[in-house]
Ligand binder design. Structure first.
Ligand code: CP
Length: 349
């Protein structure tokens, strides 16, 4: 994690970021975007975050057209290489790339030569030789996209690596909050991330982007699933970020503006961290009664996939306060924006 860049990212957000005309090719645009890869959000400045948000607005406008497609990435190959299961991230990247007129190649590691023992580096070199210019990648090992970025000649976009980072999810979460909150900003708003923080790459990326955007961030869950985050919060507070960690669900939810429930990641859970899922649901599940502690107009998010009845009650997931399906739709606009911005750098813009 790059603490210096992250602290620089807390500078006040400008309002006059030049937004690209997204019907045109990225390299024809004069936008101040300098990142060839998107590996995490910790290196994004306030200007970068604002540019992603405003470019996503332009992509939302494209999505509202009768034919939601622009020629911006015509002739470009976007390869989607996933070593872990996914619905939202994989499909929304595919839709986003197609909406930008890119050629899309999908590779599921389980049915590729990875199953015969091919290394990650060999796979990356092979897809590049086959024409990949942008590589969207998910991997169960933290840091794998960083290795890919060292050997790949184009742009790497991290679609989630181990417990470490999920940058496009954090950016779509920020975008969804900004669109829903009065005033269009998370600055000063109480945002609660509730649940299995320990195993969550979504939480780790959201910590960077939400505190950079000025949110009053609270992490809440059983102490076994918050291990290590106290130290991060102390460091963040010392650097002027608003970041608290608690196992008191009442304290966390009281007067919250946003509540994001996280999935209990059973596939990553070591024994002894939770007595049982039933006990977790009883003590930390987001129910109507608990949500009533938050502001009346608080919104509910979940990155998905959900374990309904465990971290979130089914009626809360579909309530009027839920913005979970908006998150999915906004994910397409955010991923279109990121593919567009990174393509401009790759093209020499
Ligand atoms: N939020 C998220 O990453 O969902 P998927 O695993 O379905 O992509």
């Amino acid at each position: 994690m790059n603490l210096a860049a992250a602290d620089e990212a807390r500078q006040p957000s400008p309002t006059d970021v030049p937004v690209p005309a997204v019907d045109a090719a990225p390299h024809e645009q004069d936008v101040p975007w300098r990142h060839r890869h998107l590996l995490d959000v910790d290196v994004l400045s306030a200007d970068d975050l604002e540019l992603v948000m405003r470019t996503a607005d332009a992509m939302r406008e494209v999505l509202d057209r009768p034919i939601p497609r622009v020629p911006a990435l015509r002739g470009s190959n976007v390869t989607i290489l996933f070593y872990e299961a996914s619905t939202r991230t994989r499909v929304s990247f595919e839709v986003a790339a197609k909406n930008l007129s890119a050629d899309v190649v999908n590779i599921a590691a389980a049915t590729s030569s990875v199953a015969k023992g091919e290394s990650l580096v060999d796979t990356i070199r092979t897809v590049e030789a086959l024409g990949a210019r942008m590589l969207v990648m998910r991997h169960s090992v933290s840091g794998a996209p960083y290795l890919a970025a060292e050997v790949f000649g184009g742009s790497v976009l991290n679609g989630g690596d181990g417990w470490h980072a999920h940058p496009t999810q954090a950016l779509l979460d920020l975008y969804t909050m900004q669109r829903q909150l009065p005033g269009g900003t998370v600055a000063g708003r109480k945002v609660v991330i509730l649940g299995d923080v320990l195993h969550s790459r979504v939480a780790r990326s959201n910590i960077w982007s939400l505190t950079a955007a000025g949110a009053d961030l609270w992490l809440c869950g059983p102490s076994t699933l918050l291990r290590g985050f106290d130290a991060w919060a102390v460091h963040g507070a010392a650097a002027g970020r608003r970041f608290q960690v608690t196992s008191s669900i009442e304290e966390a939810l009281r007067d919250a503006d946003v509540v994001m429930a996280l999935r209990i990641q059973r596939e990553r859970m070591a024994s002894g961290l939770l007595p049982s899922l039933r006990e977790y649901a009883a003590r930390f599940g987001l129910t109507r009664e608990r949500l009533a502690l938050a502001r009346e107009d608080a919104i509910v998010l979940h990155p998905g996939p959900m374990n309904e009845g465990v971290e979130i009650a089914p009626d809360v997931a579909v309530s009027a306060q839920s913005r979970i399906t908006d998150q999915v739709t906004n994910g397409v606009a955010i991923r279109m924006a990121l593919l567009y911005l990174l393509a401009g750098v790759r093209d020499g813009g």
